[in-house]
Write a protein that binds this ligand. Structure first.
Ligand SMILES: Nc1ncnc2c1ncn2[C@@H]1O[C@H](COP(=O)(O)OP(=O)(O)O)[C@@H](O)[C@H]1O
Ligand SMILES: [Mg+2]
Length: 336
């Protein structure tokens, strides 16, 4: 098994009974105006979050997944107080986020994978010193947290580099450190591994697992990467159209949707569909064939079998993503 496929840590216990995040029938409706012809403007309502209720216990690491536009980022923005809900109530660490945003900010950390919270032109360390002062983190605590992040996220050589010169993976690690310098109890991560290579992803996952194990930090994690969820979360919530579609064990999600990985195989010539016990050939296009197999199974034996029996030229592996799982969930529901 590949090192990156191994679960990074013992998964955290589900709950200790103490609620840190609580949502009760939360809604967020955006009013969008758009041009409809030369003079007319149309008003349209977008119900981004539609009656969402859930709670997260202290120390949980919960996956928060769903297709694009499902309402994940909107929910996270309400949980930080950036956005005010249109209806319903939210509480984070006993605080109503939109009403008490400044107070809450000291207790939560946020990482938005799509944009940095760091100062673009400043060296990483300057950004951290600004955060140190902004949140009035006690000096010793700041030092300790910084040293720890620098070591575990491999930031040592990057502290003097302006943020704009960092690679995406470096910048993401820098952003994660920035979110943790003030010891937040709760960490929201919105697509923290988007666009990262396999090694960077593995580093980020290990770091988060350790953080949760050592500090008991509660983590709400949005991602399209199923491996993130499998390795970090015991519980996953699936939302679609702003509504909760599933809330339970990651293993249960697999039972609902039998997730598959796909090997894309290029043969030397066009051939009859490859017939194997361990994989189904789902598509043939000229010399290229697609073979699907259960996501829990290793790919290596299948690759070896193909290489031994067929003129294999090239291959790639397609991991399922959350969209696949959700469409399988719907398919399973309408069939059952
Ligand atoms: N500021 C906004 N104004 C209008 N519509 C928005 C705004 N933010 C998000 N939306 C809409 O709300 C829906 C949910 O968006 P978002 O929460 O970003 O989804 P996700 O993060 O799950 O991809 C989408 O239809 C999106 O277009
Ligand atoms: Mg989003």
């Amino acid at each position: 098994m590949d090192a990156t496929e191994r679960p990074v840590a013992d998964l955290p216990a589900q709950r200790d009974g103490q609620e840190v995040i609580h949502l009760d029938r939360v809604e967020k409706v955006f009013e969008v105006r758009r041009r409809a012809g030369l003079l007319r403007r149309e008003k349209r309502e977008v119900r981004a979050v539609d009656g969402l209720s859930f709670s997260v216990g202290r120390g949980e690491v919960v996956g928060f997944v769903g297709p694009n536009g499902a309402g994940k980022s909107t929910t996270i923005k309400m949980l930080t107080g950036i956005l005010t809900p249109s209806a319903g109530t939210l509480r984070v660490a006993g605080v109503e986020p939109a009403r008490d945003r400044a107070r809450l900010a000291r207790r939560i950390g946020v990482v938005f994978g799509q944009r940095t919270t760091l100062w673009w032109d400043l060296p990483l360390l300057d950004s951290y010193q600004l955060i140190h002062r902004m949140y009035r983190v006690p000096d010793a605590r700041y030092r300790e947290n910084l040293d720890r992040c620098v070591e575990l996220l491999g930031l040592g050589d990057l502290l003097d580099v302006p943020v704009r010169q960092l690679s995406l993976g470096q910048r993401m690690r820098g952003d994660i450190a920035a979110a943790l310098l003030h010891d937040p109890e709760v960490l929201y991560l919105d697509e923290p591994t988007i666009g990262l290579d396999v090694v960077s992803k593995a580093n980020v996952r290990h770091f988060l697992a350790d953080l949760n194990a050592e500090r008991g930090t509660t983590v709400l994690l949005t991602t399209h990467d199923l491996t993130d969820i499998e390795q970090l979360c015991r519980r996953v919530m699936v939302i679609d159209h702003g509504r909760l579609m599933y809330d339970g064990e990651v293993a249960g999600l697999h039972r609902i949707a039998e997730v598959e990985r796909t090997l894309v195989v290029d043969l030397a010539t066009e051939m009859a569909p490859i017939a194997l016990e361990s994989a189904r050939t789902v598509k043939v296009e000229g010399p290229r064939q697609w073979l699907a197999f259960p996501a829990g199974q290793p790919a290596a034996p299948i690759v070896a079998e193909i290489a031994a029996g067929w003129p294999l030229v090239d291959l790639s592996l397609r991991e399922p993503d959350i969209e696949d799982v959700i469409s399988l969930m719907y398919a399973g529901r309408s069939a059952g």
